[in-house]
Design a protein around this ligand. Structure first.
Ligand SMILES: Cc1cc2nc3c(=O)[nH]c(=O)nc-3n(C[C@H](O)[C@H](O)[C@H](O)COP(=O)(O)OP(=O)(O)OC[C@H]3O[C@@H](n4cnc5c(N)ncnc54)[C@H](O)[C@@H]3O)c2cc1C
Length: 308
């Protein structure tokens, strides 16, 4: 990791009002759709059967009920992340109110003109993020758009799910505003918007569980950082199921119990208040040019159960 001053930062990406940045040269980015397709192709070639449009309901020892009939197996892994509450069963790590779905939403612009890219730079196609409490993340895509994501209307009462992935207009507008704050001179239309659910536990930490009697494993709670973490979790679940002690089964997220979320409406009020507080804290820190995290933001983190 290297610290870049204002000039160096703007030589990479000409972000308005940049104060400096931290540069991680080892960062990589992936196309999640290509990853999913590639994974499916490899598994099918190995003889694995993938059943799409099939919802699991109850999960018991050796058997899962689904909307298309029961499925049986010696060992069952439940990896539903933000959708963990859609199944029932006496499952380790899923005993009620342990994981809630929090939404992350993204926009992608139309492809930018060559002139616009000349002004912005971003030739290294680095992953870009800010350190706001209501942070955003962005990248220059292969086809020269800007894809930018963040939160905004992140939780629906009663752990509601993101449905068909359509994003409310006010969230699209909020993300567009964040894009404009990075590149005020940029004039480009938003071409796409979508959202999905992350699984968040009460202490924002992931956990992996395996019940050796029932032979049911559960992994969940990556809080929006699951692209690589799921790979490690899957390997860990396999080691747990084999009954061996390995370096992976010794990692601290094994059997990590995060506690329970509060019942509604306290949960909804708490998460809503947390994001409201973070929004005000971001504005306060921006206006006052704060060099440290404000007391308000610390209070918001406490409320959320976030570790600083
Ligand atoms: C907009 C957005 C941007 C993100 N950006 C990043 C990022 O930059 N980096 C990063 O590391 N992570 C990111 N994430 C988070 C990352 O996508 C997740 O952490 C990761 O996908 C978790 O993988 P998973 O396989 O555990 O769960 P998921 O990918 O959520 O898969 C769960 C699957 O279970 C299925 N399902 C739901 N209910 C049932 C049921 N009852 N029966 C059967 N199947 C069911 C769902 O259809 C889904 O396919 C982002 C997420 C979103 C939404």
């Amino acid at each position: 990791m290297r610290f870049l001053d204002v000039e160096e930062t703007r030589a990479h990406i000409n972000v308005d009002n940049a104060q400096g940045s931290l540069f991680f040269p080892g960062t990589a980015r992936i196309d999640p759709a290509l990853l999913t397709e590639g994974l499916a192709r490899v598994l099918k070639n190995q003889g694995v059967r993938i059943c799409e449009d099939t919802s699991a309901g109850h999960i018991g020892k050796g058997q899962v009920s689904t909307n298309r009939g029961p499925v049986s197996g010696d060992t069952i892994f439940v990896c539903l992340e933000g959708y963990s509450d859609t199944v029932t069963g006496d499952l380790p790590g899923l005993e009620g109110r342990q994981v809630i779905p929090v939404f992350s939403s993204m926009i992608a612009t139309e492809p930018l003109s060559a002139d616009a890219w000349d002004a912005i730079g971003w030739e290294g196609r680095e992953c870009l993020g800010d350190t706001a409490h209501t942070f955003i993340y962005a990248q220059r895509t292969e086809d020269d758009r800007i894809a930018l994501g963040g939160r905004g209307a992140p939780y629906a009462f009663g752990s509601g799910l993101p449905g068909d992935g359509r994003v409310p207009a006010e969230v699209v507008e909020l993300l567009r505003t964040r894009l404009s704050s990075l590149f005020p001179d940029l004039e480009v239309e938003v071409a796409h918007a979508w959202r999905g659910a992350l699984g968040v536990t009460r202490d924002w930490c992931a956990g992996i569980f395996f019940d050796a009697d029932q032979r049911i494993g559960v992994a969940r709670g990556y809080a929006g950082h699951g692209v690589t973490a799921t790979h490690l979790a899957a390997k860990t679940l396999l080691d747990r199921a084999s009954g061996q002690s390995t370096p992976l089964t010794a990692l601290p997220w094994n059997d990590h119990y995060s506690g329970q979320w509060e019942p509604e409406p306290i949960r909804w009020l708490g998460i809503r208040s947390m994001y409201r507080i973070f929004n005000i804290a971001d504005e306060w820190e921006r206006v006052t040019g704060a060099k440290r995290t404000s007391l308000l933001a610390r209070f918001g983190s406490r409320l959320a159960g976030l570790h600083e």
